[in-house]
Ligand binder design. Structure first.
Ligand SMILES: Cc1cc2nc3c(=O)[nH]c(=O)nc-3n(C[C@H](O)[C@H](O)[C@H](O)COP(=O)(O)OP(=O)(O)OC[C@H]3O[C@@H](n4cnc5c(N)ncnc54)[C@H](O)[C@@H]3O)c2cc1C
Length: 310
């Protein structure tokens, strides 16, 4: 595929944590019943860093019939983007990097084909080679860490519980691929179609369980499976008394990631998916089973009935 004339890099800080890239769809491939893998290509993607794990990125799409010309391609893009009129403000959605090939200036993202659908789901189902989007991703030129990674294994942790729904599958795949081989535990993924589970790599110490939702509500299978796995894995690490905290206090999207995990923690858990399901699993782990909140990342990746950012 021939790309259009190279896009001029905008006034972005070349050593800032993140960079915006104007890119085009190079390939689109149905990799399972529920996932479309989209390969983006663009002249500046050699500067897209790839620390892996659950690295989150932004996929920025034109509104309705609009173009991306209104997108402010600058370091303080967020404030300027927020001030744009609704009709021209591009849509921003959060995804995980599945693969980066800087030498080919390509990035792969695996998108769930979901119903009900939003702008990103529609894009996944209907985009064509050459369609233009903007990606915001970590910068190879950044001196420190760019941020956007929430899987932070404490140095002493050798038992893990990793769980999520289909939106967390790309992140779980990359986490398993990078997890040290002496770590043991369980990785549980609830998916709408059994074929989606084939996208996960194997890990020598972590037992992967793919739960086929088969039309049931989010979390129907995952929540009890997380409880069973936690009970099994936690026996040697359980805190003496369950925490007495109000776990329903906050509204909105649940995002609770320990700023600094306990360095001596032997157990670490990472849970991501539909926000209501994650909230229910947090109650089970923290209030019922007494897991130390400083050893768990709880992340609402999307919320039933709500668009991202609403
Ligand atoms: C850190 C992070 C990483 C993520 N990584 C990925 C990833 O790699 N791949 C991926 O596919 N998703 C990923 N997601 C989830 C993705 O951002 C959301 O699913 C997003 O809402 C999709 O945008 P949309 O425009 O299609 O739908 P929106 O406009 O946000 O929502 C429209 C409607 O669709 C519903 N909806 C949204 N997502 C789903 C879903 N999965 N199943 C059923 N209904 C849904 C909403 O509840 C709403 O009713 C990630 C989210 C976060 C926060």
């Amino acid at each position: 595929m021939t790309l259009a004339a190279p896009v001029r890099p905008g006034p972005q800080d070349p050593s800032g944590p993140f960079l915006l890239h104007r890119v085009r769809v190079a390939r689109r491939r149905r990799i399972s019943d529920g996932f479309m893998r989209i390969t983006f290509a663009g002249p500046t993607l050699d500067r897209f860093a790839d620390p892996g794990l659950d690295q989150r990125i932004k996929l920025i799409l034109p509104t309705g019939e609009g173009s991306l010309d209104a997108m402010p391609m600058c370091t303080d893009w967020y404030a300027r983007w927020r001030d744009l009129p609704d009709e021209t403000r591009p849509v921003v959605r959060t995804y995980t990097t599945r693969a980066v090939r800087p030498e080919r200036r390509e990035v792969d993202v695996d998108l769930v084909l979901h119903e009900p659908c939003g702008p990103a789901g529609r894009f996944a189902a209907g985009c064509r080679e050459g369609d233009e989007v903007v990606l915001l991703g970590p910068n190879t030129g950044c001196c420190g860490e760019s941020g956007g990674i929430d899987f932070r294994l404490p140095p002493a942790a050798r038992t893990v519980l990793i769980a999520g729904d289909e939106t967390a599958l790309p992140a779980i795949g990359r986490i398993l691929a990078q997890l040290p081989h002496d770590v043991t535990g369980a990785a549980l993924v609830e998916v709408p179609n059994a074929s989606d589970g084939a996208l996960l790599p194997q890990h020598p110490g972590v037992r992967t369980e793919v739960l086929d939702r088969a039309g049931a509500a989010s979390g129907t299978l995952l929540h009890p499976a997380v409880r069973r796995a936690a009970e099994r894995l936690l026996t040697p690490h359980r805190a003496p008394e369950p925490e007495d905290v109000d776990l329903d206090a906050e509204g909105g999207m649940l995002w609770e990631v320990p700023a600094e995990a306990r360095p001596d923690a032997a157990f670490y858990a990472w849970l991501a998916g539909e926000a209501g399901m994650i909230k229910a699993m947090r109650r089970t782990l923290v209030a019922d089973l007494g897991v130390d909140r400083r050893s768990v990342a709880f992340m609402g990746y999307w919320r039933a009935g709500r668009s991202e950012g609403s």
